[in-house]
Design a protein around this ligand. Structure first.
Ligand code: F6P
Length: 557
């Protein structure tokens, strides 16, 4: 860290923050419905299109002045320069002194991208080409298993960013799978995950891809060893490992020590974070199932969003606006969480991926200058597929004391036109965001109950319970159809939204030191569970009690 430069003003010390605090006082008492009454063209004023996506942000607690003030905050936070630095490969991940160049993985310009003075584009392109040849050989059944049968299943072994991104994209692009190869994701250090994944698989026709940037993650190595044992115990042999096992990692030596043939090892680079690595060879399982062309289209969708993010003015910039709206709710309306609500079966994995993307990036409480921050940063990200959520947690969204802004995500067309199903799904999505905004007054509830013939006593009991506060904001991101391009653009949109927020909050969005302690403590607990030296005295009584409960159960077996 360059000590000579005095750290810049933190988020809450800026005059733009003060201006927004003042503005909040007026906006907080302004019903969104009145904003629509005042301006019938509000939808078109607050809808933006880019990279095949459309963002309707009109159902927010904002007016034109809000957007101007938020963009001034972005300006004073140095967002434009920060975007340029990220794309240019500046070491913006200061604690690890690394660039964050996931954008280089989908760079279709002819511009070089320099890391320590060296253009990394040739090796990126070479790796993409290797991926293409690898997948092609398997998909045309040229590369076969040890009994010369074509591969029917690929098991991707990985966790976190080596799992969530590829799994989301695989599910999202299921309509594009060539049905010859099934893709399975094995992530957890849980014998049930391993057992269920291998259930019914044939070692002769199963390919394993060990996905681990560090090749040092306990869960992934445990599963990789178990899959190798399964392979060897069910007809496979050491010499055939090379045919059935490949790896994606930055740690080539450890992968080779595991027994992976060097020609089957695909590189990962330090300048790509795990949660941003879908675009790298970590996407291999996806390319195996949807083919190179569709994978490339996903990259192109992300690239189009990149160019929009890099070039659009702040007030017309989709990731910037989404980031700023999130700051508006977290830091001025005190929102603790943010809900991701895809109204598309194929996008059901999106909330889980964005959870890691957002919470592992901005779930921080110290800024990049080492200062403890005394304002909220990354929110809790949650959500799930609609319309199911309406029968699970939407009650809280409508009437809870908690305040959770929502992103509704909606393809206007379905891949499966079954009767009027899609029109009903769309109507659910649109009416949910409408109900969140509109609410229901006491008078409306009363009138409804009266029309149902309820007595005055019944009305006095029921009416208060049926009031819905309303004025709860949401974005609707809509697009024609869930395709490789729109999936690429959508994921890139959220990557850049997270980047904008991290920059405004002053945190490093690209490291994740918080996950280290659990791993360190885990080793000692594991020793105690195994009954090694009773080092239990070191533990608090809760941990001790839980260890004893486990050991007591084990002794019964
Ligand atoms: O959760 C910590 C983390 O390092 C993530 O950032 C990463 O995606 C995951 O673990 C897996 O790491 P690796 O790819 O090195 O196995």
């Amino acid at each position: 860290m360059d000590k000579s430069v005095y750290p810049p003003l933190s988020f809450d010390q800026k005059s733009e923050f003060d201006a927004l605090k003042m503005h909040f006082l007026s906006m907080n008492s302004t019903p969104m419905m009145s904003l629509f009454d005042e301006d019938p063209a509000r939808f078109s004023q607050f809808t933006l299109s880019a990279a095949g996506l459309n963002l309707d942000y009109s159902k927010n607690r904002i007016n034109g002045e809000t957007i101007s003030l938020l963009c001034e905050l972005a300006e004073s936070s140095g967002i434009q320069a920060a975007i340029g630095d990220m794309f240019a490969g500046v070491a913006i991940n200061k604690s690890e002194n690394r660039p964050a160049l996931h954008t280089a993985l989908r760079n279709f310009s002819d511009e070089p991208v320099l890391v320590s003075g060296k253009d990394v584009m040739p090796e990126i392109k070479q790796t993409l080409n290797r991926m293409r040849n690898f997948c092609w050989a398997i998909r045309i059944q040229q590369w076969r298993g040890f009994s010369n049968k074509p591969f029917t299943d690929v098991v991707s072994i990985g966790i976190g960013g080596s799992f969530l991104g590829p799994k989301l994209a695989s599910e999202a692009l299921k309509p594009y799978w060539s049905r010859k190869i099934n893709c399975h994701y094995l992530s957890n250090i849980d014998g049930s995950d391993l057992t269920e994944t291998l259930q019914g698989l044939n070692p002769e026709t199963t390919l394993f891809i060990i996905q681990s940037k560090s090749f040092n993650t306990q869960e992934t190595l445990k599963n990789a060893n178990a899959c190798r044992d399964w392979f060897l115990e069910n007809g496979g042999c050491e010499v055939e490992l090379a045919r059935h096992f490949s790896a994606v990692t930055a740690n080539v030596d450890k992968a080779m020590a595991f027994g992976i043939a060097e020609k089957n090892i695909f590189p990962m680079w330090d300048w790509v974070g795990g949660r941003y690595s879908l675009w790298s060879a970590i996407g291999l399982p996806l390319m195996l199932t949807v083919g190179y062309e569709n994978f490339r289209q996903m990259l192109e969708g992300a690239y189009e969003m990149d160019m929009h993010f890099k070039n659009a003015p702040l007030e017309q910039n989709m990731p910037v606006l989404m980031g700023l709206l999130g700051v508006w709710y977290v830091n001025f309306f005190d929102a603790q969480s943010h809900a991701i609500l895809p109204y598309d079966h194929y996008l059901r994995g999106l909330p889980s991926h964005i959870q890691q993307l957002d919470m592992e990036s901005n779930g921080k409480s110290v800024d990049m200058y080492g200062r403890k921050i005394n304002y909220q940063a990354g929110p809790i990200i949650w959500g799930g597929v609609g319309s199911n959520g309406q029968h699970a947690y939407h009650q809280l969204l409508h009437q809870g004391t908690q305040f959770a802004p929502c992103d509704f995500i909606l393809p206007l067309m379905s891949h499966n036109a079954v009767g009027d199903f899609h029109a009903l799904l769309v109507s659910n999505c649109l009416s949910q965001s409408q109900a969140l905004m509109q609410g229901k007054t006491y008078e409306q509830a009363e009138a409804e109950l009266r029309a149902e013939g309820k007595s005055a006593d019944e009305i006095s009991v029921l009416a208060p319970q049926k009031v819905i506060p309303g004025n709860r904001p949401s974005n609707t991101i809509y697009f024609d159809k869930t395709t490789p391009k729109t999936v690429g653009a959508l994921i890139a949109l959220y990557e850049h939204k997270v980047f904008v927020q991290g920059k405004i909050w002053g945190v490093n969005s690209f490291d994740q030191w918080g996950v280290e302690l659990g791993k360190q403590l885990g080793h000692k607990v594991h020793d105690a569970l195994k009954g090694c030296e009773s080092n239990e005295a070191e533990f608090d009584s809760s941990t001790q009690g839980l260890i004893q409960a486990f050991r007591a159960m084990k002794d019964k077996l």
